[in-house]
Design a protein around this ligand. Structure first.
Ligand SMILES: [Zn+2]
Length: 284
C-alpha cells in the first residue's frame, strides 16, 4: 500500500515482524480479536510498513518503545486491512503524540463579520495536508470494545480528506454508490440531531459528538464500526452496511463471541444491581 511490491518485500525481509512482540500487542487489543492467523500476519506487515513510512514524534511524557509503536500502528492499520490496492494514508507523514489533551486555537467569522477566537480542548486532531495529533492517554484508552477509538477516529478524518476537506464523504470504491452512501449517512445524522434537539441529554445509541458535523459523524461511526459494531448496526443498519462496503470488513461477525460475552457480563451486572438489597441506613 505505501510501497511498490519490491520495496515492500525488501523492507519486510530486512525488518521482519517480531512474532512474540506482535502476539503480545494483539493480545492487548480486544478490537483485533477474531482476526485469523493470516489476517494477523497481514496486519502486522502493514504495521511495519506504516511505521517505516510515517514519522512518529512524541513530546516529553510519552514513552514510545517498540511495543507502544506497534500498539498504535495496529489500530491505525486495522481499517486498511482489506484495502491493499491504494495508498489510503498518503495525505500525511507525521504523527505527533502529546502527553495529554491539548488546547487547539479556533477561529470563526460569524454572519455579522465578527471574528470569534477561542481555545478548544482536544484529544486528537487531523490537519488537512498536515500531521495527525493524538493525546497519548486517548491512545491508551483505545483498543477495547466500547465504541471509543481515538486512533481510528482521527485516521477516518484522514480518509475523508483524501478527496478534499473533511465532509463525511471519503472516496468510495467503484462498486459503491455515492447516493446510497450519502442517503444512509444523512438519514442517520439527521435522526441523531433530531433526538438531541428534543433532549440534549438523550442517551443516544452512539456518542452524541457524532452530531457535530457530517465529518464527525463519519469519524465516530468508524470508531463504533470497529469497536462496538453491534451498537452501530442496531442503531443505524444502513450506516453499518456502507462502512462494511468501504472498509471491506464485517467486525460484528468477526467479534461475535467477544460481543456476546460482553452482553452476558452486562446483563449479569444489571441482575446483580436489581437484586442487591438496599443498605440499611439508606446510604450508598
Ligand atoms: Zn473528529
Amino acid at each position: 500500500m505505501f510501497f511498490r511490491n519490491w520495496r515492500r518485500r525488501r523492507l519486510l525481509a530486512r525488518h521482519p515482524l517480531d512474532p512474540q512482540l506482535w502476539a503480545a500487542v494483539c493480545a492487548d487489543l480486544p478490537i483485533l480479536a477474531g482476526l485469523d492467523a493470516a489476517e494477523r500476519q497481514r496486519l502486522g506487515e502493514l504495521c511495519l510498513l506504516f511505521l517505516h513510512d510515517k514519522q512518529l514524534s512524541s513530546l516529553p511524557g510519552v514513552e514510545l518503545d517498540d511495543s507502544a509503536r506497534l500498539y498504535l500502528a495496529a489500530q491505525a492499520c486495522l481499517p486498511l486491512l482489506n484495502l491493499p490496492d491504494l495508498d489510503w494514508y498518503q495525505g500525511f507523514r507525521q504523527l505527533l503524540l502529546y502527553p495529554d489533551d491539548f488546547l487547539s486555537p479556533q477561529r470563526h467569522r460569524d454572519e455579522a463579520g465578527v471574528e470569534h477566537v477561542w481555545d478548544d480542548e482536544r484529544s486528537g486532531e487531523a490537519w488537512q495536508q498536515g500531521p495527525v495529533i493524538l493525546a497519548w492517554p486517548g491512545v491508551q484508552a483505545s483498543g477495547t470494545l466500547d465504541g471509543y477509538n481515538l486512533v481510528i477516529h482521527e485516521l477516518a478524518h484522514k480518509l475523508d480528506m483524501l478527496n478534499g476537506s473533511a465532509n463525511g464523504q471519503p472516496p468510495l470504491h467503484p462498486d459503491m454508490r455515492s447516493d446510497a452512501w450519502a442517503g444512509a449517512m444523512q438519514a442517520a445524522y439527521d435522526r441523531l440531531n433530531a433526538e438531541l434537539d428534543r433532549n440534549p441529554d438523550a442517551a443516544t445509541a452512539i456518542d452524541p459528538y457524532a452530531a457535530e458535523s457530517p465529518a464527525e459523524f463519519f469519524a465516530v461511526a468508524s470508531e463504533y464500526f470497529f469497536s462496538a459494531p453491534d451498537l452501530l448496526q442496531d442503531a443505524f443498519p444502513a450506516v453499518y452496511e456502507q462502512l462494511g462496503l468501504l472498509y471491506r470488513q464485517d467486525p460484528r461477525q468477526r467479534l461475535a463471541s467477544e460481543l456476546s460475552q460482553l452482553h452476558a457480563q452486562a446483563s449479569q451486572l444489571m441482575t446483580n444491581e436489581t437484586t442487591m438489597p438496599a443498605t440499611p441506613d439508606g446510604e450508598t
